[in-house]
Design a protein around this ligand. Structure first.
Ligand code: URA
Length: 211
């Protein structure tokens, strides 16, 4: 597996992912679980954020205490619509992160992803970006979304998903060898409809109760 692929196989994440995978898990529990897992993913994905020191006073003494060095907050770019689940969890941990959205649909004839919505903070060049989407299936959407985010010249980009299929990893790492890819699990393959197997079904439908 390429070094750029980082598997976050923490026991808490694996346990919660198994609950999400179960067909009988309902919408409310599914939402809670995706939030909780995303919060844990955010903790790992932000592990390398730079720290600076500032002088503070505790009730007892003065000290040089660590704080995040970045003046500009991170941007979380959610790929519509299932990315919303990861976005909500990450915002609980990082409530002042900035948010971007990208909407893509697949042209039924050419299967090429077409953008229908894109909005990121105007000063994204001075910010680090996390692009989030729960499922890296074929990789077509993730590759196009990261391409679009790259066109805005952010300081850095990471891609975060819950489940990745080998086909999606191959596609993504070939298209964007410079973008770290974080996943909670790598599944077996894609079925003929592009679903991840064993997977967890259609995340958008399970998250929003639209099935
Ligand atoms: N999107 C989903 O929601 N599920 C899959 O298995 C693949 C893509």
């Amino acid at each position: 597996m390429a070094d750029q692929v980082i598997l976050i196989d923490h026991p808490l994440i694996q346990h919660k992912l198994t609950l999400m995978r179960k067909a009988e898990t309902g919408t409310a529990a599914f939402r809670t679980l995706i939030k909780e897992i995303s919060l844990l993913l955010a903790y790992e994905v932000t592990r390398d954020l730079p720290i600076k020191y500032e002088s503070i006073k505790t009730p007892i003494a003065s000290m040089n205490a660590p704080v995040l060095a970045q003046d500009k907050k991170l941007v979380i770019v959610s790929i519509q619509r299932a990315g919303q689940g990861i976005l909500d969890g990450m915002l609980e941990l990082m409530p002042s992160a900035r948010v971007g959205h990208i909407g893509l649909y697949r042209d039924p004839k050419t299967l090429i992803p077409i953008e229908y919505y894109f909005k990121v903070p105007h000063d994204v060049e001075q910010r680090d970006v996390l692009v989030v989407d729960p499922m890296l299936a074929t990789g077509n959407t993730a590759v196009a979304a990261v391409e679009r985010v790259k066109s805005t010249n952010p300081m850095s980009i990471k891609f975060v998903c819950l489940l990745a299929a080998p086909e999606g990893i191959e596609h993504f790492t070939t298209a964007h060898p410079d973008v770290p890819l974080y996943a909670a699990a790598i599944d077996d393959h894609l079925d003929e409809h592009g679903y991840i197997v064993p997977g967890l079904g259609d995340v958008g439908d399970r998250l929003f109760g639209t099935k």
